[in-house]
Design a protein around this ligand. Structure first.
Ligand SMILES: *[C@@H]1O[C@H](CO)[C@@H](O)[C@H](O)[C@H]1NC(C)=O
Ligand SMILES: *[C@@H]1O[C@H](CO)[C@@H](O)[C@H](O)[C@H]1NC(C)=O
Ligand SMILES: *[C@@H]1O[C@H](CO)[C@@H](O)[C@H](O)[C@H]1NC(C)=O
Length: 411
């Protein structure tokens, strides 16, 4: 894991800034108008899965379409990764939560689907979400359910799911209790209300944010709960920014400004800074700021040296989207993974029988201080293109952590 060779992108040149690519994912938001929704049953995809472009280390199932990573977590000896998956083909549609586990984050064991559309609150889709580990080592997932076929109030809601058997380290079976949904939009844009984060705890409440927009303003709505079931929307958004469009898959987490270990999502204290990441639906890239978290107002405030918006820093300058982090309590590191699509056309995807990978997880590593190569780099070191190798702001950012990545092997 200590390999520090920079990531080499093996795909053909990826063009990811063209707004016309908005709908290559075929999900929601800007792509709404051109969506093809595949709720109808397809015949099982009989196309032979082509090995061309399949990757060596990155996560990908045997076949079919994948997009966002969901609810990554560590539980009883296994890393769990759920992901948006089409069981019926290599294009977006029929989305379920597929599930794999691993002990090393490289070799994955596929399990049965964890969450599939079945109840009134997720009948038309089980979209992205996150896991929180509650006291007593009890994981809970909150995800976005699509409750109506058309965009109208109650369309995108947030549901919870709990393990059927906490003794099962594989967490094979999940229960979606009937008191769902637990969060419904009120005056929020009903078509743009999704992707709940991992919750964090302080001042007697669990808190999480949900991605949204109002016209072109990106919004992260904050919700609070004492019991994880009854959630109340805060008066003020946790964070918001004009002219960026829909914020999908927000992620919020603390980083240590002193140590090199990752931190639990609920960590607070003097030597703690915070990262807020949003996935920009309009152009499909993940940008982030570093800032402070005002515990009294429950607001995130980017540092005045951290550019918020289109000119902000990205995790990665290649094709990388809908990323999510989680805290690994065993190795005390925060691990990041995200979705990359090959940017091929839908018909090319269908022909090759699969679409999408998750980039091999990156993580904070305590070898940082001894790693000469990266000594003058500050925060996340991730880049696919040479011109973006140095994008930190050394004057203002302290050393939080470093994500390593390995040379990618393409077959
Ligand atoms: C729960 O999981 C444990 C560990 O895998 C297993 O031994 C037990 O039989 C399971 N219980 C049920 C009710 O399935
Ligand atoms: C809500 O989102 C939909 C879909 O993106 C968009 O067409 C509509 O204009 C949005 N409404 C507002 C008030 O932002
Ligand atoms: C940015 O914030 C720091 C303290 O947080 C302050 O000292 C500095 O003057 C600010 N810079 C600008 C340009 O506002």
């Amino acid at each position: 894991m200590g390999v520090t060779i920079r990531f080499i992108w093996g795909f053909p040149l990826l063009i990811f800034l063209l707004p016309t690519l908005n709908n290559f994912d075929g999900r929601d938001g800007g792509a709404m108008a051109s969506h093809k929704l595949h709720f109808v049953e397809h015949t099982e995809n009989l196309v032979e899965v082509k090995q061309v472009y399949r990757t060596g280390y990155h996560f990908q199932p045997k076949k079919n379409w994948i997009n966002d990573p969901n609810a990554p977590m560590y539980y009883k000896g296994f890393y769990h990764l759920f992901y948006q998956y089409n069981p019926k083909g290599a294009e977006w549609g029929n989305i379920v939560w597929a599930h794999s586990v691993s002990t090393d984050l490289i070799n994955w064991i596929p399990l049965e689907h964890a969450i599939v559309p079945s109840k009134p609150f997720d009948k038309y889709g089980c979209w992205s979400g996150s896991a929180t580990i509650l006291p007593g080592n009890k994981p809970v997932i909150i995800y976005t359910g699509i409750a109506k076929q058309k965009s109208k109030p109650g369309y995108q809601v947030q549901n919870y799911a709990i393990p059927a058997n906490y003794s099962d380290p594989y967490l094979r079976k999940w229960i979606k209790p009937d008191n769902n949904p637990i969060i419904k939009p009120v005056h929020q844009n009903v078509s743009s209300f999704r992707d709940p984060t991992t919750a964090w705890f302080n001042n007697g409440h669990w808190k999480l944010v949900i991605g949204s927009k109002n016209n072109y303003r990106g919004i992260a709505y904050l919700y609070r709960s004492r019991d994880f079931i009854k959630w109340t929307k805060a008066k003020h958004p946790f964070h918001t920014k004009s002219d960026v469009g829909m914020w999908e898959c927000p992620d919020f987490f603390p980083v240590s400004s002193k140590g090199t270990n990752g931190l639990d999502t609920s960590a607070i204290g003097g030597d703690v800074k915070y990262v807020f990441k949003a996935s920009l639906d309009m152009t499909r890239f993940d940008y982030y700021t570093i800032g402070t978290y005002d515990l009294v107002k429950d607001k995130y405030i980017p540092d005045n040296t951290s550019v918020d918006g289109w000119a902000g820093l990205r995790y990665d300058y290649g094709n990388f989207y809908a990323s999510k982090t989680f805290f690994d309590p065993i190795k005390k590191r925060r691990i990041l993974t995200g979705w990359a699509s090959e940017s091929s056309t839908a018909s090319e995807d269908i022909a090759k029988g699969w679409a999408g990978i998750h980039l091999r997880p990156w993580f904070c590593d305590s070898n940082f201080e001894t790693d000469r190569e990266y000594e003058d780099e500050q925060f996340f070191v991730m880049a696919n293109t040479p011109q973006s190798y140095r994008f930190g702001n050394p004057a203002t950012m302290s050393r939080h952590c470093l994500f390593y990545t390995v040379v990618d092997l393409y077959h």
